[in-house]
Design a binder for this molecule. Sequence first.
Ligand SMILES: [Zn+2]
Ligand SMILES: [Zn+2]
Length: 116
Amino acid sequence: MGDDRDTELADTLAEAGRRVGQAMTDALERIQPVFDAIAEVANRPEVRAVIERAERAMRCRLCLCFCLRAHPADRGICEMLDAVITGRYSSDLLGDADVPLCAPCAAARAAHEFAR
Ligand SMILES: [Zn+2]
Ligand SMILES: [Zn+2]
């Protein structure tokens, strides 16, 4: 007698599990095209470019070059949001400090330094 009820319970659980599993599969199948669409869009070159630019902007470092003083001759070259190297900034006020610099600024500083 008790056995019957256990079997029934087991069946019910198995059935419930099967339905949940089916529902999950259905749901996944239903959103799969959405994922595919996103993946497809994300792989398009123009979208990739936007994403890459956004990623770069998110981890961007500000160039703290003080262009006017460091390389007055090449003022317009600074890529302000694209600091890639750490340079040394010497000032009377702060002493020597490490500052992020963008590539063109670093080059201009080196040239300026060299010309001196
Ligand atoms: Zn600069
Ligand atoms: Zn710069």
